[in-house]
Structures are given as structure tokens and as C-alpha cells.
Design a protein around this ligand. Sequence first.
Ligand code: NDP
Length: 284
Amino acid sequence: MSENIAVLGLGLMGSALAGALLGAGHRVTVWNRTPAKADPLVAEGAIRADTPAAAVAAADLVIVCVLDYPATRGLLEEASLEGKVVANLTTGRPSEARETASWVTGRGAAGYLDGGIMAVPQMIAEPGALILYSGSRTAFDRYQPVLAALADSLFTGEDPGLAPLLDLAMLTGMYGQIAGFLEAAALVRSAGYPVGEFTTSLLVPWLNAMAAQQPHMAAQVESGDHATEVSNLEINRSGMETLVRTFQEQGVRPDLLLPLKDAIDRRAGRGLGHEGLSGLVEEL
Ligand code: NDP
């Protein structure tokens, strides 16, 4: 079924979203602060709106994807939201999502969804793209067929802050992995070994094997039982010492590893060296 949708914000991500909705056969009205960015979409059949308010007026579902939440609010300020569903796919903090949900519904909107996009623009409408949603379950159920044109969609809960929180948690995992990669790459490079060869043949298979352990650690985090038969904090403390000294001998800074070493030292220093690594969550 063809739906009336507005897409506000046509940066790299917003343009990809609007393009996917056009491709799925919807009537898409677009607006962007810099009007020229709408040109390729208009050439594909999108309708250009001169103001955000006009774009909102033309649609039942309003998708916003701009730099941040202040920009989101700024462009919805003049629009009549009565009866509209607003899906804000802008990245932000959970508290901003909750405030925006109240603000939007307080102005008569039929529902608010917050979304966390787990994809780059090139992945939109392709297999592997995921968008996390939270907020109005009714709005999600109503528009799930439309949202499916963008990416796999997962409704995470009625607290509007949940999707952004889970989005940021996933980014946290990613940054941790990137930190580990960068330290490993610097160490390997210091020995003159090819970093590409190391990464493909050794590191990636190893990280995949280690990632398979994480559900077990997650169960320990949930239960609070950090007993281990894998490796305790004392062993990891000693391993970290070896690592850091090796970095120093190779002339590489272990800066991205040191916070983890500190947490291990702190917990083991409090007599909990028999625990496994999952115990470190209690230090956070
Ligand atoms: P871009 O820099 O390509 O686009 C930013 C968009 O925000 C543009 O449309 C810009 O308008 C608009 N904008 C900025 N400030 C304002 C303002 N004050 N009022 C109105 N519009 C404004 O970024 P992306 O499209 O990549 O990102 C958009 C959102 O999507 C961000 O929240 C980002 O975190 C999120 N996202 C992006 C991903 C990516 O890989 N790119 C991945 C996951 C999420 P103008 O064209 O006039 O400058």
C-alpha cells in the first residue's frame, strides 16, 4: 500500500531513506535546509516542499533525519503535528528522545518513534541493515510495512529512550573493538609484520571466536555470579602486565588498553582476583 510520507533532512542518511521509500512505491515529500540536496530525489519522483511545515502537512508519517535533536525540534517547531506519526531517526541521547517524545505528543501527534540506525547510508534497503525503534507500539505496528523498506526493524520497547540507548551501547562495543584493533595493529607494525595479513588471517578469526564467548559473560553480568573456569582476574592482571611491558619495549603507547588494565588492577586489588572478567562490570 502506498503511504504519504515526509522525509525531513536529506543529508547522506536522509537521502538514502527517502530513496528507499520512493523505491518501495510510496508518495514521498522531501525537505532539506539546503534545497539543492532534494534535486536527485525530485528527479526520481519525490515531491519538494518549500518548508518543513508544508512537508509535514502533506504526510501521515514524518521521518526526520538531521544532525541532532535541537535541529529536529527547530524544524518541527512551525509544523502542525496533529494526527501525525513522527519517526525521528536522528542520533541522540536517550534523555533527548524522551523529551522529544513528550514535546511531539504534547503537540497533538498520534505517535512518536525514536530510531537508532545500525547501518551506513549505502546499506539502507540492503540485507544486513537494522534500525532499532522505541516509543509508540501502536505507531510501530501501523507503519512497520513502510519501515521494512528501509532496513530490518526491531521494536525494543515503549520507553522512547531505549532505541538510542541500545544504539549507543552497540557503538560502545564497536569502539572497544576498534580500540583493540588499533593497539594490535600498532604492535604488529612495530615488528615490521604486515598488518593486513595479521588482521585477515589471525585477528578477525580470533575476535569472532572470542565474540562467541560474550553471551556467557552476559549471563554472568545478569546473574551477578562472576565465578570462572576460563581465566580469573589474577591471570588477566599478569597478562596485562606482560602486554603493557611489551608495548613499552616495542615503543608503542598502550593508551587504549590502560583503562582496562586499571579496572582489572582495581578489582583484583580488592581481593576479587578469583573472579572472571565479567566481574569488571561491577567496577563501572
Ligand atoms: P549529513 O551531514 O550528511 O547530513 C546532516 C543533515 O542535517 C543535512 O540534511 C543538514 O542540512 C541537516 N541539518 C544540520 N543542521 C540542521 C539544522 N540546524 N536545521 C535543519 N537541518 C539541519 O549527516 P547524515 O545524513 O549522515 O546523518 C544524519 C543523522 O543520521 C545523524 O543523526 C547521524 O548520526 C545519523 N546516522 C548516520 C549514519 C551514517 O553512516 N551517515 C549512520 C547512523 C546514523 P544541510 O544539508 O542543509 O546541511
